[in-house]
Design a protein around this ligand. Sequence first.
Ligand code: ZN
Length: 248
Amino acid sequence: MGEREIEVSPAQALARAFEANVRRVVVIGTDAQSSVEALAITELSSDVDIYATVGLHPHDALSDVEEIVALARAGHPRLVGIGECGLDYFYEHSPRAAQRLSFARQINLARELDLALVIHCRDAFDDLFEIFDVQGVPERTVIHCFTGTPEEASQCLERGCDISISGVVTFKNADSLREAARLVPLHRLHVETDSPFLAPVPHRGRQNEPALVSVVGEFLAQLRGEDVEHMRQETSKNSARLFKIPFP
Ligand SMILES: [Zn+2]
């Protein structure tokens, strides 16, 4: 989410991703318009296999979530998830009560349609867990761009959520996140870019793009003392399982 101008077109980003050995991408919706666009991107001709989610970001929780419900229910062969949705009490761009309602609706939607649930949670883990206690956690759920503490990571894992790490883990002041990233079992770990935001070091400040996912993956492998190729294989498998997409 942002006002930032996109400097790289989807077609360019996909071509560059393929060159960087990316074979599958999931394009994320954050409101009705970007969700429609995400689904449209899956129809581009590309060497990369493209999937999409539809969702309403907590920043836009005052928008009509029923538009997302209708879009998801209409179905699309490449629709693999609901989100990103969740809670953002750091920016608090929309009222907390509206965020909670919109999120709860999307948890139920993911369950109704048997889709993966992609959660955005910033400075709101207490409420996240409270909502989980009422709504339950769908079987395939991921906390995207996790930036919580090691303790919060453990609680997410206990409740059945997978954890996805972005380039934030490469930032200088991210010691607590690095500690959290070390404790996630490999079979529950995902690697993402969160493009166009949060380009990893040493690309910080530039527009992020899917081609940079391996920068995050290699950093994580080194941090965890894992073989890079093994990490690549296992985390790709995890994401394919999460989104129920084919994996060779
Ligand atoms: Zn997010």
